[in-house]
Design a protein. Structure first.
Length: 234
């Protein structure tokens, strides 16, 4: 076992566990966005940053950092609150997250994080990019304006469904999720229409066509349910 401290509490963890897994096992809340149980960690959104006090206060992503002997982890501090809020602000200003016009309003993880972190306004200029929607799929829609590039759809499609329909295209701030190698989603010959990408999406970027805002409730936990039932290959 590995001995460490989280928020001053002495904890024993198993080798290979991440800081996030250990924290959750002990009922300690760390905000996350790109992480989803049932999918591999990507460590890209940085919402889950925690401080390792005895590593000169180094900030590490809890979802993608394995615990080490003697670590002293801080999950709540003024510095972390400021950093997490800044990360969240950057996600909001990068695209067009106008909750009043979003199909996911009220069921959106980005919106929930804003409430949790007390983000009632942004201090950075909005970019307001002119982004398109892809409504070519019979059952589902893609709105790039709401996408936070967490990649949960990409991993759900490849790691759980095995269809590999979703990927990324472009670089840096121009990066976009793309079905079917950038072709219209409806033209994809790999998409099985399983909807796992839609369930995995934390915002209104992927949505069910014809469903009202009130019924647009996602079940991201199905990814873990599906993977838990699968036999493990040693
Ligand atoms: Fe850990 Fe996104 S949840 S980096």
């Amino acid at each position: 076992m590995i001995a460490l401290k989280i928020d001053g509490k002495e904890i024993q963890a198993r080798p290979g566990q991440t800081i996030l897994e250990v924290a959750r096992e002990h009922g300690i809340r760390i905000p996350t966005l790109c992480y989803l149980e049932g999918l591999s960690p990507r460590g890209s959104c940085r919402m889950c940053l925690v401080e390792v006090a005895n590593w000169r206060g180094k900030l590490v992503p809890a979802c993608a950092t394995e615990v080490q002997e003697g670590m002293e982890i801080v999950t709540q501090s003024e510095r972390l609150r400021r950093v997490r809020r800044l990360v969240l602000e950057m996600l909001f200003v990068e695209r067009n997250h106008i909750c009043a016009f979003c199909v996911a309003s009220g069921h959106c993880e980005l919106q929930d994080l804003a409430v949790e972190l007390g983000m009632d306004h942004v201090t950075l200029p909005y970019r307001y990019p002119g982004l398109s929607m892809d409504l070519t799929h019979e059952d589902y829609g893609l709105d790039h304006n709401r996408c936070v590039l967490c990649g949960r759809c990409v991993r759900a499609c490849s790691e759980v469904e095995g269809a590999f329909t979703w990927g990324f295209q472009g670089r840096g701030i121009e990066t976009m999720v793309a079905p079917a190698l950038g072709a219209p989603w409806g033209a994809s010959d790999t998409c099985t229409s399983c909807g796992k990408c839609v369930q995995a999406c934390p915002t209104g970027a992927l949505f069910e066509k014809g469903a009202s805002t009130a019924s647009q409730v996602k079940r991201p936990e199905i990814l873990e349910e599906v993977t838990e039932r699968r036999p493990r290959v040693p």
